[in-house]
Design a protein around this ligand. Structure first.
Ligand code: HEM
Length: 403
């Protein structure tokens, strides 16, 4: 197929792989006039974009969205590190990292195991939708635990976060219709306010009487004598939920889906659990929860032999770069112990995912618990449904038969 015959709208789910392969073979960097954006498919060019934060800004909202709408998005969007550029990004990330240490993550391991076991107890055996019973509830419960949100509030909290995330449409729809953008924002404003009020209440309590949780630690973090304001703590805590909930749900779901449909790999990982970590990386490479990362150019720039003009939207396709044959031998083959595996599933450069170690830990612990619980599991025919959103690869439903 020639590039002119390829559909401009990216498909979602497993069909996306062929679309990306054809596009990457046609050209590593492409202008899509109809959508007013540039796609970057190859690994070297993807890294060039992610490394050059001066020319490729992450602050798309200030260009794409009028100020009155940006204000409606609230504190979580305002303090989202992923959308900030240096030097502002550096200070905020440093403060955040001071509070969110590796130790905080590793010591969660026994709790993650307990929470997984509780969810598996409720799931029972036989026919189980593991998205509904495990991959969906687990990550948000883990993040709530990390933040220090009381168990009793978690269901309400989860409902709010779902509403907030569910309101967002794909970038193409936003770009095509400012009305769609405003309607989606209005739909979630009420919920955003509730989440903010809830987190603010906790922030004020923790400033008074700190505990050993992330919200308390954020209230105390300081770099060069500068501390985070209450609004910043609320924004950063909320950002963790938004950035970590669905992404981790999808990673665990994609792992379980692969294992449920590849019994040989499942048997191999059961026999040698030391492979689970590298197998998770391979799933992130082949089915990254975040398929693409948007940037906007601040100047005319040359990329992959093309000149991209200033103020252009650039979509960096991790899902494609992760299968670039120039970097990955046999890119379409799952290799459980692939090494090295420089995939872009957690991004690259200064915005590299802050929750990567938490997501890796949660996924590994959950897979081990599933192996312990069920001697085997297979996907039920007709029981698999993917999200219909080109920005992500993940499952809405995964019914397995357990033995
Ligand atoms: C499998 C799960 C996850 C995946 C695939 C994922 C993916 C990513 C990617 C691709 C980026 C880079 C975005 C960009 O450059 O535009 C990112 C950034 C980020 N992620 Fe994750 N993420 C996951 C889990 C989490 C979790 C659990 C948290 C927190 C609890 C989290 C917090 C963040 C934050 C705060 C950033 C922004 C960092 C910065 O800009 O400095 N993520 N993530």
């Amino acid at each position: 197929m020639s590039i002119t015959e390829l559909p401009v709208q990216p498909p979602s789910g497993p069909e996306q792989v062929a679309w990306l392969r054809e596009n990457m073979a046609a050209d590593g960097v492409q202008h899509v006039e109809e959508l007013h954006l540039w796609n970057v498919f190859t690994h070297a060019e993807a890294k060039q974009v992610l490394n050059d934060t001066v020319t490729f800004s992450s602050d798309l909202l200030s260009v794409q969205m009028p100020e009155h709408l940006r204000k409606k998005l609230g504190l979580i969007a305002e303090h989202n590190l992923a959308r900030k550029d240096p030097p502002e990004h550096r200070g905020a990330r440093n403060l955040f990292q001071q509070a969110f240490t590796a130790r905080m993550v590793t010591r969660l391991e026994p709790r993650i195991r307990e929470m997984t076991d509780e969810l598996l107890d409720e799931a029972g055996t036989g026919r189980v939708d593991v998205v509904d019973k495990l991959t969906y509830p687990l990550p948000i419960t883990v993040i709530a635990e990390l933040l220090g949100i009381p168990t009793a509030d978690r269901d309400t909290f989860r409902w709010w976060v779902d509403t907030m995330i569910g309101a967002s449409e794909s970038d193409e729809e936003f770009a095509a219709s400012p009305e769609a953008m405003e309607a989606a924002i209005d739909k979630m404003t009420g919920t955003v306010k509730k989440v903010e009020a809830y987190l603010l209440d906790h922030t004020l309590q923790r400033r008074e009487a700190p505990l050993d949780d992330l919200i308390s630690r954020l209230t105390q973090a300081s770099v060069d004598g500068v501390r985070l304001s209450d609004d910043e703590v609320v924004g950063l805590a909320g950002m963790m939920l938004v950035a970590g909930h669905l992404t981790s749900t999808m990673l665990l779901g994609n792992c379980l889906h692969y294992l449920a449909t590849h019994q040989d790999v499942q048997a191999r990982l059961r026999a040698d659990r030391s492979l689970i970590g590298s197998a998770i990386e391979e799933i992130l490479r082949m089915s990254p929860s975040v398929t693409r990362m948007p940037r906007i150019t601040t100047a005319d720039v040359s990329l992959g032999g093309k000149t991209i003009p200033v103020n252009s939207i650039v979509m960096v396709w991790a899902a494609s770069a992760n299968r670039d044959p120039a970097v990955f031998a046999e890119p379409d083959r799952f290799i459980a112990d692939r090494d090295p595996n420089p995939h872009l599933g957690f991004g690259h450069g200064i915005h590299f995912c802050l929750g990567a170690s938490l997501a890796r830990l949660t996924t590994r612990v959950a897979l081990e618990a599933v192996f312990d619980r069920y001697p085997s599991f297979t996907a039920e025919a007709g029981g698999v449904e993917f999200h219909d959103n080109p920005n992500m690869v993940g499952l809405k439903k995964l019914v397995v038969t357990t033995s």
